[in-house]
Structures are given as structure tokens and as C-alpha cells.
Design a protein around this ligand. Structure first.
Ligand code: ZN
Length: 70
């Protein structure tokens, strides 16, 4: 059971790395920059995962649309 959960986590990491490499805004294709502001959903995810997940908030340079990366 535990090994299965760890496998899932490893899979998640791979997906996350791929997402960060090609980081672009879905709406306008602009650059996403790391935002210093923490969103409410980022706090909830961190709380639920007991601090094991550190969500990062990104903001589009052009349209200011926000993204949450896990
Ligand atoms: Zn944008």
C-alpha cells in the first residue's frame, strides 16, 4: 500500500518537471513568473498534504492570470 503511494508520488514529480520546463500562459502564451503571493488554494493544498507539497504560484507577465503548480 505504501509502496503504491510512493509510486504515485514519483509519477507526479515527473509530470510536474515537464510542466515547469514548458511553462507558458494558456490564455496568451506569455511568460509565467513566480509570484510571491500565496493563494488560498496553495495554503489548503499544503495543509492537506501536511507540508509535503509546496505549491508555487505563477503569474502571467502579460494578462496577470494566475497558475498554481504542485
Ligand atoms: Zn497570459
Amino acid at each position: 500500500m505504501f509502496g503504491f503511494a510512493m509510486g504515485l508520488l514519483d509519477l507526479d514529480k515527473i509530470i510536474i518537471k515537464r510542466t515547469i520546463l514548458g511553462i507558458r500562459c494558456n490564455s496568451c502564451g506569455g511568460n509565467l513568473v513566480l509570484s510571491s503571493q500565496k493563494t488560498v488554494s496553495a495554503r489548503i493544498i499544503r495543509l492537506v498534504s501536511f507540508g509535503s507539497v509546496h505549491p508555487k504560484c505563477y503569474e502571467c507577465e502579460q494578462c496577470q492570470k494566475r497558475y498554481l503548480l504542485l
